[in-house]
Design a protein around this ligand. Structure first.
Ligand SMILES: *Cc1c(COP(=O)(O)O)cnc(C)c1O
Length: 461
């Protein structure tokens, strides 16, 4: 199995190179050259880790011996707090929720990042290398990335968060991790300042090489790959390959729903992928009009989807343009210059055969949380509500199951849940003492020189 860049660099790369690099040097994203086809009949009765092995091993291209890969996968998912790892809950006739919050930081990002941290550790140990991971977070990604790297002595991880601007649960999930290789930076600035500091550090070639910088953000192919697994386990549990299913996915960066598209390309019988956007509805507008037009980011009740550039969409667009990198580059250049691009009538129609998209403002989000509690006696977080609202609006054939993704535990966003239902959701036992734990973080000014010298000093280089 090899990988190429969406922007035209077609020198085939191996899985481990693609994983360590994150983004392609030409600015594109890596995609596999072919989609492996799976026989879903063979998935019946497998544990989550066994299913993960069956989905993932074709993508590794033999770079990690099978027995090692199996044991990494067992390790990765053994500490998830539900035996099924990604259990389905039946809400009503043909309506299911897939709970993706049984990892250490209570959001779906754990399902991929827990694996990515271990794969990094394994590959770096073999190569005798050390990397410095630098990332910016507005909330969920930072804690999931820190949890995934905390035990790896070949990684130092630096996460920048905007000082006093994340929720307390989100901040504490990052700053209470005590490990010599974990470095939390509270930047005196906003999320954009954090992100732009990270971008400038990656563009600084001298610093990048000196520190061996690496990223685990959502454009890393290995994260997408790990997310394909739960689409497969859910569909198989409900009768695939003999029965078709729909998925409803709350989306920001198009990462999670792109993994569902990959599952479809691998042969999973998916009838429709239903996208849920919050008020930042760039994707929904695209599926309505065929035009991708960026707008100002507005804060919402589902902050992890407050995005107006869906990075992973480039991977789907590449396929929609018949993998023509010249056409793709022209569209992305136009988007960068003028904040928009357009696809043809034929292309948008083909995209609509796979995807349908809805939007959900804050009021509708609260109503959905309240209605879900009242009707099904089931608490959901605001991101999950955006997906469920789309699922209910886009209801397909009444006998075809729709699986709506629960992307975060309600206790991660307690204020919104309490306001809608009157119930304050409790943290699961492994995090019950989160508010008593000691926090460690460094406050830095929004000054690149100071950030870089802090990173140099903290890694002892
Ligand atoms: C990251 C995140 C999302 C958005 O996922 P994408 O892959 O960017 O579409 C949705 N919900 C929660 C809870 C998240 O943490």
């Amino acid at each position: 199995m090899h990988y190429i860049s969406t922007r035209g660099d077609s020198t085939p790369k191996s899985f481990t190179d693609v994983m360590l690099a994150g983004m392609a040097p030409d600015g594109g994203l890596y995609v596999p050259t072919v989609w492996p086809k799976l026989d879903f009949k063979e998935f019946k009765g497998l544990s989550y880790a066994e299913a993960a092995y069956a989905v993932i091993h074709p993508f590794i291209g033999g770079e990690i011996p099978d027995e090692d890969l199996k044991s990494i996968l067992n390790e990765t998912y053994k500490d998830f707090t539900h035996p099924a790892v990604a259990p389905l809950v039946e809400l009503g006739p043909s309506l299911y929720v897939m709970e993706l919050f049984h990892g250490p930081t209570l959001a779906f990002k754990d399902y991929a990042l827990q694996l990515l941290g271990r794969l990094f550790g394994y590959v770096l140990e073999k190569r005798g290398e050390h990397v410095t991971i630098v990332g910016a977070t507005s909330g969920d990604t930072g804690s999931a990335a820190i949890e995934s790297c905390r035990r790896c002595r070949h990684i130092d991880i630096f996460i920048l968060h905007p000082k006093d601007r994340t929720s307390e649960v989100q901040r504490r999930q990052m700053t209470t991790v005590v490990s010599p290789n974990v470095h939390n930076i509270a930047l005196e600035g906003n999320f954009d300042d954090c992100q732009s500091a990270v971008k400038v550090m990656f563009a600084d070639e001298k610093f990048r090489k000196e520190m061996n910088l690496s990223a685990v953000n959502s454009i890393n192919w290995a994260r997408i790959m790990a997310q394909i697994v739960y689409y497969v386990t859910a569909a198989v549990a409900l009768g695939a390959p003999d029965r078709r299913v729909c998925f409803a996915v709350p989306t920001g960066n198009f990462g999670n729903v792109y993994a569902a598209y990959c599952a479809l390309k691998m042969g999973l019988p998916i009838n429709k992928l239903i996208i849920g956007s919050n008020r930042n509805d760039i994707l929904t507008r695209f599926f309505e009009t065929g035009k991708m037009t960026t707008a100002k980011v507005e804060p919402s009740l589902s902050p992890s989807m407050d995005i107006q550039v869906s990075s992973n969409f480039e991977r789907f667009l590449f396929d929609l343009l018949a993998r023509n990198a010249v056409d793709l580059r022209a569209k992305m250049d136009s988007f960068k210059k003028s904040g928009e691009f357009e696809v043809s009538e034929d292309q948008i129609n083909r995209a609509r055969e796979i995807f349908t998209a809805r939007r959900c403002d804050d009021e509708q989000t609260s109503k959905t949380i309240a209605a879900c509690y009242k009707t099904y006696n089931y608490l959901i977080d605001p991101h999950t509500a955006v997906g469920l609202s789309a699922a209910l609006e886009a209801a397909q054939d009444p006998v075809m199951p729709t699986i709506s993704l629960a992307c975060a535990h309600p206790a991660k966003f307690p204020a919104a849940v309490e306001k809608a239902t009157g119930i304050y959701p409790a943290l699961p036992t492994h995090l019950a003492d989160l508010y008593e734990r000691k926090e460690i973080f460094s406050v830095l000014p929004n000054d690149l020189g100071k950030i870089q010298s802090f990173i140099r000093k903290s890694t002892g280089s």
